[in-house]
Design a protein around this ligand. Sequence first.
Ligand code: PLP
Length: 411
Amino acid sequence: MLDPYRVREDFPILNRTVNNYPLIYFDNAATSQKPRQVIEAMTKFYQEHNANVHRAVHTLSQEATELYEKAHEEVAKFINARHAEEIIFVRGATEAINLIAYSWALRELGEDDEILLSLMEHHSNIVPWEVTSKIRGFKVKYVDVNSDGTLNYKALEKMISEKTKMVSISHVSNVTGVINDIERIAKIAHENGALLFVDGAQSVPHMPVDVRDMDIDFLAFSGHKMLGPTGIGVLYGKLELLREMEPFQGGGEMIRNVTYNDEQGRCSISWNDVPWRFEAGTPNICGGIGLMAAVNYLRNLGIENVFQHERNLTEYTLKRMSELSRIRIYGPMDCTKRCGIIPFNVDGLESHDVALFLDNYGIMIRSGFHCAQPLHQRLGLSSTARVSFYVYNTREEVDRFIEILKEMEQV
Ligand SMILES: Cc1ncc(COP(=O)(O)O)c(C=O)c1O
């Protein structure tokens, strides 16, 4: 079992106070805090190994390259990818989705084609498809959700057809914490000849994700939500699919040869191998090394233990919150259907006022749309307050949160 009190010792920021109260950080779906193992790995890189990768023959560059490539290998193991080449380092989940929208959808799809999303998607899994669909004329369609925020699988089965070339869906909703059944969706997509893109921004940090068992074609996630630094994230893709794809951005690192042709007065270019073909320019080397440290940290805790810890905390929080009279909780009350994210409202109060009230007591939560406006629209909500847990959160913190909510109810 995971001991959050032992884990907390690794997170320097948790020692600080906010407004003279001990910090309670419940905004983990937005970004996570960083353990000293990640901070130290990044400092060590800059202090001892800093150089550019894949370019020079000197010792520092060799060391930096080795570390950077090892980071790809460790991430590949974490999600059980077959090959380290299937791991592309990008800025975050957002860039990973854009990469596929621009490198794949923009080139492969036409007016007769369709992409299926769901109404629970984060804006990053909506906007890139809407933008590229306007250029190429393919259709973007949205699978409905039920009133508790769970996916309507019957609607998915009805909407999918031979026109569907990709289903792009989040594994876990960043608003309700609803967990989608990826194996089931993969089966539906593949039986209909469509590819499956999974937005794993809210799942990879919190639960076991096995791209082979789940038969995922593309997976996106962000380092900063899983104890790593900002500015680094991952696009996983099946090797055979990535090898067929053209690059997203052009520049150094992603080419094999650029040859000037005198007669034509222009350059002919050949692409580098996967994954470097998709990592144009100097990459976020230190970020990759920080992500490797984060992945190792999570592996040491055991991702199954992380999941169980958050599930226990969620169960406890839902029970305690339902004792309160002015609180409305959204999403399924059945804890097997959700992760450690709880959206709620306090009757008569705006979500931002709820968040500000809690901030006065050192409790950090998110308020607003959480970049998922269509889901709020579908559920008839103008906005929500949201608590989201991670490895360092405790029941004691939940008790304090409930205490302040009770005080708020008296206002
Ligand atoms: C479900 C989901 N997808 C995508 C993203 C985008 O992640 P990033 O901003 O790190 O690119 C987020 C961030 O909150 C998210 O929750």
